[in-house]
Design a protein around this ligand. Structure first.
Ligand code: NAD
Length: 458
């Protein structure tokens, strides 16, 4: 498991070990041993699967591409997690992402375990035919360990509904006559996907932020004013003024979160910057997000990078470097690109008072500590970006029932689940010295430990 996730899991267990009201059946030496055993279970994956996919390219060359499926923990149900296509995919990264899935599902009471997949390619360098072959080979190589009750992949960076449709078809071919609809989630709606799945993560990301700064503050204002810690002070300050928001990453998660912010009537805010792998676009008066989404759809999912392109799409913005989105004078920064974006070496330049982790692990452990010491509210990945896996769960259920929910029902269920988690975690966060991330981890580790104990595995 990656160091930050591993350290916070260990710290959560240390805190729980001292709390004798938790698992009171375990006492003395037995308690120490049981917690050591929990630490071992939760900080190592159950299985690491690696293969080299043999792919004949259209130019006649044959390549062998490293591919992973890592199954971290299945205490709560079948392994569940996306498949990433990216040139920087490696075993440590996939293991860490799989562990985050275990914790995320436990936190939000989703009956799945944690897994993750990865293929070491830049998908932009492959033709459609080659990508189809890569998807088919991935399923062929890993078919024994995948399945609706074993391990259910979904899209991640570099993959989407097209890849999930291809993989589901291959799974169905390999396992004729067996249930296949629940083998992959994030499929296209015509092919058994759920309405609302594409938008679910971005909507959930924005919802956590909106819930914290609007709904929760309205309900708890006097308690927060009288009893709250330094994070409550930050929240109350932010809730009282128009907010400047910036979004890093303008793909599936970032663009939907930006659109939600743009349309939101609960908070007064302006999206002053968005960025992607090439560029930051900035407008102190606020960007036209629908026009930017339209531009990216017509520009191979990249933001405009030149004055000509901006004029073509009638967008008013200054063109800045890709990294500048992180250092602007703003209130809220939504991170929806990749991991390790805010680190020890650049954290001092970050001015946002609220950071929302749409991406997985975009803030390193060192940076996280410094930001928390400064009273910055960080809504962590396992809390903020769970919308995708929650609606994946609804897709899996719909596949089993062959009954389909309306988009309205999907979002209602999504917000109910996220509200439930937020309303459990936030009162503790604003009243104790732990960061929001630590509170979420403690809650998830408590849930997993209780069940592992009940199952007699300690
Ligand atoms: P995506 O591929 O659709 O979009 C990624 C975006 O980030 C693109 O706009 C890309 O140009 C941009 N980007 C890449 N490198 C960048 C850099 N160095 N600086 C700034 N921008 C950069 O991916 P996505 O599905 O939106 O996922 C984004 C993040 O959210 C990932 O960390 C992913 O693991 C996480 N996540 C996604 C989902 C989901 O349902 N899609 C669910 C949970 C978590």
């Amino acid at each position: 498991m990656g160091s930050q996730t591993g350290i916070i899991v260990q710290n959560s267990l240390q805190a729980l070990l001292k709390d004798e009201t938790f698992l009171p059946n375990l006492q003395g030496e037995t308690r120490e041993q049981a917690f050591a055993s929990l630490a071992a279970i939760l900080s190592t994956p159950n299985h690491v699967h690696k293969s080299f996919l043999r792919i004949p390219l259209e130019n006649g060359k044959v390549v062998r591409i490293p591919a992973y499926r890592i199954q971290h923990n299945n205490t709560l149900g079948p392994y569940k997690g996306g498949i990433r296509f990216h040139e920087l995919v490696n075993e440590d990264e996939v293991t860490n992402l799989a562990a985050l899935m275990t914790l995320k599902n436990a936190l939000h009471e989703v009956p799945f375990g944690g897994g993750k997949g990865g293929v070491v390619i830049n998908p932009r360098e492959f033709t459609e035919k080659e990508l189809l072959l890569i998807c088919k080979k991935y399923v062929q190589y890993f078919s024994d360990i995948l399945g609706p009750d074993k391990d259910i992949p979904a899209p991640d960076v570099g993959t989407g509904d097209r890849e999930m449709d291809w993989m589901t078809a291959e799974y169905k071919t390999i396992r004729p006559g067996q249930p296949y609809r629940g083998s992959f989630t994030g499929k296209s709606v015509v092919n058994g996907g759920s309405l609302g799945r594409r938008e679910a993560t971005g909507k959930g990301v924005y919802f956590t932020f909106r819930y914290l700064l609007s709904d929760f503050i309205k309900e708890q204002k006097s308690w927060l004013t009288d009893n709250g810690n330094q994070f409550a002070k930050t929240a109350l300050e932010c809730a009282n003024r128009p907010l400047k928001i910036a979004v890093q990453g303008f793909g599936n998660v970032g663009s939907v979160a930006a659109l939600e912010a743009y349309r939101c009537t609960h908070l007064q805010s302006n999206i002053v910057a968005v960025s992607d792998r090439n560029v930051t676009l900035y407008n102190s008066e606020g960007l036209n997000i629908p026009a930017l989404i339209d531009a990216t759809v017509k520009n191979q999912y990249d933001l405009p990078t030149t004055e000509e392109q901006l004029a073509q799409f009638n967008i008013k913005a200054d063109i800045l470097n890709r990294e500048e989105v992180l250092y602007l004078n703003i209130d809220v920064l939504i991170l929806a690109a990749l991991e390790d974006q805010i680190r020890k070496d650049n954290v001092d330049k970050v001015k946002a008072k609220v950071i929302v982790e749409g991406a997985n692990a975009p803030v390193t452990g060192d940076a996280d500590r410094i930001l928390n010491e400064n009273g910055v509210i960080i809504i962590p990945d396992i809390l903020a970006n769970a919308g995708g896996v929650i609606v994946s769960y609804f897709e899996w259920l719909q596949g089993r029932e062959t009954q389909f929910y309306s988009e309205e029902e999907v979002f209602k269920l999504l917000y109910e689940k996220m509200t439930n988690t937020m309303s459990t975690i936030l009162p503790q966060y604003f009243g104790d010295p732990f960061s929001l991330r630590e509170n979420c981890y403690i809650h998830a580790v408590m849930k997993l430990s209780t069940i592992i104990n009940r199952q007699g595995k300690l």
